[in-house]
Design a protein around this ligand. Structure first.
Ligand code: PBG
Length: 320
């Protein structure tokens, strides 16, 4: 008889044959930074996650550094929105100030910026609106402006998340032409039009005021299209390819891992976080164990990098 249980008998042998190991080195921690002062607002649908103004954020960053989390992903929440999101390339905008502040005070912490417009536009869409839809090529011009201004502020890596075609090509070209050929790009390559972003849109004030994002974000039914989209980003020069969300899209993570010779990232999004937190709060699941099991499943699926709101909590367990 085949006896697979022989290798499960004790913790020591289970450790020896374990195929996947989660590490704090895998994590990127998202941060919501709001323009203004004295802000530290708990996000109701994301227990434990807050929006901070820069004057209140040091405590959070000290903790991230002490826990040895290698990187943060910044989201800016500006005081002023307009139809184009012009604040995104203001050199004194919230993102630019945040990059300079963090790099000056925590030079070893790796700073990545989410490059998008939805938090900065009055209509909440990820670009310029033309005839009730986002105009792809007009938006590309503004993406380039935004990326260059982040680069000038000293960011370590940019992560364009708006799902406009041709983004990676224009971002790579603009960076190269402006003296930033060493600055890497993490592409939100396979980003689905997902209901799992609900809590984030409260957190970042970025829900669209009309319509939805289905003309630019992908249909959750499509797998082959994901490979096609990742191929474009790969050829256009993305350094890291990302799948988002993570938990309902583990098959896509594995597809990318098997098909591309690039580091693969996944984004364990706000709704995935909120579900675990809510069920744990009710006492229906063991929140800590479910958190660790789901992060492990993303790693096992093929993610080299996991962007997660659980980073601090999981790091505390992994660092023990
Ligand atoms: C777009 C962006 C979104 C998220 C990250 N970047 C929202 C969206 O596409 O509507 C979602 C992240 C999450 O749900 O945790 N700037």
């Amino acid at each position: 008889m085949f006896r697979t249980r022989r290798l499960r008998k004790t913790p020591a042998i289970r450790r020896l044959v374990r195929e996947t190991n989660l590490s704090v080195d895998d994590f990127i921690y998202p941060l919501f930074i709001e323009e203004g002062t004295n802000i530290e607002t708990e996000i109701v649908s994301m227990p434990g996650i807050k929006r901070f103004s820069l004057d209140r954020i040091s405590k959070e960053l000290d903790e991230v550094v002490a826990l040895k989390i290698p990187a943060v992903l910044l989201f800016g929440i500006p005081s002023n929105k307009d139809t184009e999101g012009t604040e995104t390339w203001n050199e004194n905008g919230i993102m630019q100030k945040a990059i300079r502040f963090i790099k000056q005070k925590y030079p070893d912490l790796y700073v990545i910026t989410d490059v998008c417009f939805c938090e900065y536009t009055s209509h909440g869409h990820c670009g310029i609106i033309h005839e009730n839809d986002v105009d792809n090529d007009a938006t590309l011009v503004n993406i380039a402006k935004q990326v260059i201004s982040h680069a000038k502020a000293g960011v370590d890596m940019v992560a364009p998340s708006g799902m406009m075609d041709g983004t990676i090509e224009i971002v790579r070209q603009s960076l190269d032409n402006s003296g930033f050929s060493d600055l890497p790009i993490m592409a939100y390559s396979v980003k689905y039009a997902s209901a799992f972003y609900g809590p984030f849109r409260d957190a970042a004030d970025s829900a669209p005021t009309f319509g939805d994002r289905k003309t630019y974000q992908m249909d959750p039914a499509n797998r082959e299209e994901g490979l096609r989209k990742a191929t474009f980003d790969d050829e256009e020069g993305a350094d890291i390819l990302m799948v988002k969300p993570a938990l309902s899209y583990l098959d896509i993570i594995r597809d990318l891992k098997n098909n591309f010779d690039r580091p693969i990232a996944c984004y364990n999004v706000s709704g995935e976080y909120a579900m675990i937190k809510a069920a744990a709060e009710k006492g229906w699941i063991d929140g800590e164990k479910v958190m660790m099991e789901s992060l492990l499943s993303m790693k096992r699926a093929g993610a080299d990098i996991i962007i997660t709101y659980f980073a601090k909590e999981a790091a505390k367990i992994l660092n023990k």
